[in-house]
Design a protein around this ligand. Structure first.
Ligand code: UDP
Ligand code: MG
Length: 315
């Protein structure tokens, strides 16, 4: 399995997961013990106000391989995971969700796969056991992302994925404030593989990624990883100028060679409306990037941890 002396760190972001957490710890540690894997599980609590932290602490009191980083407020999953990557000390890092949709029985397969010489192995889902509307939404989401960012992410990406120390250290050098983890993973590069894994229903509780959060993620992904919107604006602007010149020439031609006519106020109004609309559109587009620059320029820390359990190391 793992080469002697090496350790697996499992990174789990938790946010209001009191209904899943005990089952998650039970199932996961069972698989790890059965396969004699040297491990630690690093939980990052993303500011839950329910019993999530309490339950993890109870389990951690009996098993010092369970670690906990409590963030001081809700950072969002991306920030929470980054905290986890920072505190993990293993040779391999494996990302998981506590809702058991990607089942722990797949852990040994990931370990085997990455040792075939990959730096990162993405889990991909065999088929989505999901409502048709959800599958459609998710296809549109990834399709648009692909078109805009050219990131070429594997289809049916699962949360579960494994990567090695070299990859982790490189990833941790990325200090950007706005984080689209999948895009950053692709940007880090190195040798990537995929592993088809089984999938289950969420064990308990509800998904925290509603439509608004998903839209937010897509928005970040596009504006963090693409300059296409800017290029589109430039092309659109140029096209319009070209069209205007041709139209003006056509008007002159008609007036001089074909027939006498009144141009009237409607054409002026329409010109004004289109002109104003375009200005607002382009200013808006530019503002998005200015907003991003503003955010990065602040150089805020990506996460702030308030308390550590079974961890004495400070990054
Ligand atoms: N999560 C988090 N911070 C947040 C929202 C979600 O750490 O602000 C975690 C949450 O605990 C869960 C994971 O992200 O383990 C994925 O969320 P969920 O299962 O609700 O989303 P889905 O699987 O439906 O995409
Ligand atoms: Mg889930």
């Amino acid at each position: 399995m793992l080469p002697a002396g090496q350790k697996l760190s499992i990174i789990v972001a938790v946010y209001y997961e009191e209904d899943c957490i005990e089952q998650f710890i039970k199932e996961t540690t069972e698989v790890l013990h059965q396969n004699a894997i040297n491990y630690e599980i690093v939980f990052i609590d993303d500011g839950s106000q329910d019993r999530t932290v309490e339950l993890i602490k109870i389990a951690a009191a009996q098993n010092d391989r369970l670690k906990l980083v409590e963030l001081s407020y809700n950072h969002g999953k991306q920030g929470a995971l980054t905290a986890g990557f920072t505190y993990a000390s293993g040779d391999y890092l494996l990302m998981m969700d506590p809702d058991l949709q990607d089942p722990p029985v797949e852990i040994p397969r990931f370990i085997e796969e990455i040792q075939k010489g990959y730096d990162l192995v993405f889990g991909v889902r065999e088929e989505k056991k999901d409502k048709f509307s959800n599958v459609l939404m998710s296809n549109i989401f990834w399709g648009v992302l692909e078109r805009f960012t050219g990131l070429n992410l594997p289809k049916g990406l699962a949360v579960m994925r494994i990567f090695n120390r070299r990859f982790t250290d490189q990833f941790l050098k990325y200090n950007e404030a706005s984080r689209f983890i999948e895009g950053m993973f692709m940007h880090v590069g190195m040798k990537r593989g995929t592993l088809v894994i089984s999938q289950r229903e969420r064990f308990a509780g509800v998904s925290k990624f509603n439509f608004k959060r998903k839209m937010n993620l897509a928005f970040n992904a596009i504006f963090d990883f693409s300059e296409l919107p800017l290029k589109m604006a430039v092309r659109f602007g140029l096209g319009l100028v070209g069209f205007g010149i041709i139209a003006a020439l056509a008007l002159v031609f008609l007036r001089v060679f074909v027939t006498e006519f009144q141009l009237g106020w409607p054409s002026i109004m329409i010109t004004l409306i289109i002109g104003f609309g375009l200005q607002i559109f382009f200013v808006g587009l530019a503002s998005i990037y200015i907003g991003k620059i503003y955010k990065e320029a602040k150089h805020r820390p990506v996460f702030s941890a308030k308390e550590l359990t079974n961890l004495d190391w400070k990054p």
